[in-house]
Write a protein that binds this ligand. Sequence first.
Ligand code: GZL
Length: 329
Amino acid sequence: MRHSKLGRIAVAAIATLSLATLTACGSDDPAPGSTGATSGGDKGGNIKVGFSQLGAESGWRTANTESIKANLTAENGFDLTFVDAQQKQENQIKALRDFIDQDVDIIAFSPVIETGWDEVLQDIKDAEIPLVLVDRTVDTTVEDPYVTWIGADFTQEGRTAGEWVKKNHPDAKIFELQGTMGSGAQTNRQEGFREVIGDNVIGEASGNFTRAEGKAAVEGALAAYPDMDLIFAHNDDMGLGAVEALEAAGKKPGVDVKIVTVDGVRDGLQALHDGKFNYVVECNPAFGNQLADLLRSVKAGETVPKETIVIDEAFDQTITQEFIDARTF
Ligand code: GZL
């Protein structure tokens, strides 16, 4: 009888626990392999992970992909299949289904938007393949669809941005440059920001987290909202697009129109240092090592936290070039 995948992981976990218990009773040395580095199926084989990355739309995503690939390596015990969906949900759904067919040990993915996943999430659950959510979140009717999620507190990022604006520019006329509509990052950053200073938002449009679309959205905003004097961009890349649009219109970004963003990638912090951005809330993409640890624990059948929040900072124009140059992303 084919043991279900989760069943195999549970068996391995019990085996590990028994070995650890027996060894612990017999000596003070930690049981060999008691770190839970067992494999559910092929003993000692690498962990087969199918990862559906949503795209390569921003500096943040590029840095996140680099961190994931740098940690989920064969030397670290992984057999990674990585698929870039180019920001298309249908491509992610196809990749997820392919991972089911390949009978991977674990499926990980960063959903481009929150909804539209019910059928494929149910299929993953029926295939008894553990699912790990990375970065973005899902809104689904499927009961308990994933084992764990690792990412940032997007709502708090929005609040942090709003609190800076409220403190430093309480009368600002704000244009909100939204990320991909319906993504967890967009909905929650917007929610957090507007909790604090929603009354000051005079207009909004999506730049889909890309520089080009951010520039186009701000070109439209300059015509529609000529008295806007602050832009809250849901990511650095759209903020950089806003800089291009403002300069093309003869306005000084960071002076005539203040710019507040989220992410804290190198280009964004450079714009902050150069006075074109006014405040940047970090959203750290470099959590590949934490993800690797989570995947090992899931594979070993260990209990893992339902969510792991990646710690963020925030930066203003006092940032130094040395600090920027020393950052890894
Ligand atoms: C945030 C991530 C967002 C970034 C954008 O964790 O999902 O998506 O803020 C990226 O740069 O496109």
